[in-house]
Design a protein around this ligand. Structure first.
Ligand SMILES: Nc1ncnc2c1ncn2[C@@H]1O[C@H](COP(=O)(O)OP(=O)(O)O)[C@@H](O)[C@H]1O
Ligand SMILES: [Mg+2]
Length: 311
């Protein structure tokens, strides 16, 4: 009896472990399904490496049109139509337009989150499809419209993806993004805890931390997509000045809803329903663009100064 019991006990234990094992295996399968997923956007197989420092930070859109791919593979709705735009290295360009006018879509094409349907986008004269994705992503820093913080420390969130992860660089980036002050007020400073999705920070603070994260990448092209929408106008102006100081010679694309966000840009691109309606400086547009005048009056109130309203 003793021997039989001795032999049976391990078998019973094995039996109780089996359900865990099988649920573990099926969980693992789900993890693999995710990690094995191949990106739709890939480097072309015969791609030659490009030296990043040889490429200038100029951008051009040539006859670009785009529609988001549909699930069933049917013809996508055209979101961007016939976009032509040239941006010089180091230029600060504002993008203004109603929600849904295609601003985010346009700037997200530059780091190749999606590929254009027709036409082409070049950086420094090179078609972005001929730049290896790794190089492209080092050159183009995007602060997405939906800022996302991960659980961990503030430092973890800031150094994510950066090559230069030194403390000084981090503080510099945080200062430029106007985040250093409120981080310093936390007892653990940069070691402070961030809850999932940054739930313990305000919207404006989350945005400022994600700007700092993008600045740490030291990109050649900086894209800020509605990144200061939750900050007040004074904070926004402070951030813009500091970012310009820190990122001299960096091409900046600033997407915004408010005129005040783009008023100092070298040029403003006015978008409506997926098309570029007008391009010019604040003064140019105020003089010549009916849509810009309407936005100006609705946001800043009063009359258009010095200029006649174009009928
Ligand atoms: N991931 C997506 N899939 C399908 N359609 C999208 C997606 N993102 C945006 N759109 C559509 O593209 C259009 C332009 O959106 P978007 O570029 O976000 O405009 P904006 O940034 O100017 O508010 C909208 O009609 C929107 O519904
Ligand atoms: Mg947007």
């Amino acid at each position: 009896m003793q021997y039989i019991l001795l032999a049976l006990t391990p078998l019973f234990i094995l039996g109780s472990v089996m359900p865990f094992l099988s649920s573990g295996i099926s969980s693992l399968r789900r993890v693999y399904r995710l990690t094995d997923e191949e990106a739709d956007i890939r480097d072309a197989p015969d791609l030659k490496p490009v030296a990043e420092n040889k490429i200038e930070g100029s951008i051009s859109f040539e006859q670009v049109s785009f529609g988001y791919p549909t699930e069933d593979g049917s013809q996508p709705v055209e979101i961007l139509k016939n976009i032509n735009l040239t941006i010089k290295p180091g230029e600060v360009v504002g993008f203004l337009g109603a929600t849904g006018s295609g601003k985010s879509t346009l700037v997200n094409l530059i780091p190749r989150f999606y590929d254009v349907k027709s036409g082409k986008i070049t950086i420094g004269g090179v078609d972005i499809r001929e730049i290896p994705l790794k190089t492209l992503h080092q050159m183009v820093g995007v602060c997405l419209q939906e800022s996302y913080l991960f659980s961990g420390t503030i430092q973890d969130n800031l150094v994510m993806g950066a090559q230069d992860t030194s403390y000084d660089t981090m503080v510099q980036a945080a200062q430029a993004a106007d985040a250093h002050e409120f981080v310093s007020a936390i007892p653990e400073k940069y070691e402070g805890h961030v809850a999932r999705k940054g739930a313990d920070f305000s919207g404006g603070q989350r945005q400022r931390l994600s700007i700092a994260r993008t600045l740490m990448l030291k990109p050649k092209i900086l894209i800020l997509d509605d990144s200061t929408s939750a900050c007040d106008v004074a904070t926004e102006a402070r951030i813009q000045d500091a970012v310009r100081d820190l990122m001299k010679d960096v091409t900046q694309l600033i997407v915004a809803q408010r005129i005040s966000s783009v008023i100092t840009a070298d040029k403003i691109v006015l978008m409506e329903k997926g098309e570029i309606i007008d391009i010019g400086t604040h003064e140019d547009l105020l003089e010549s663009s009916k849509l810009y005048q309407e936005i100006y009056v609705s946001q800043l109130g009063g009359e258009v100064p010095e200029y006649e309203v174009v009928e």
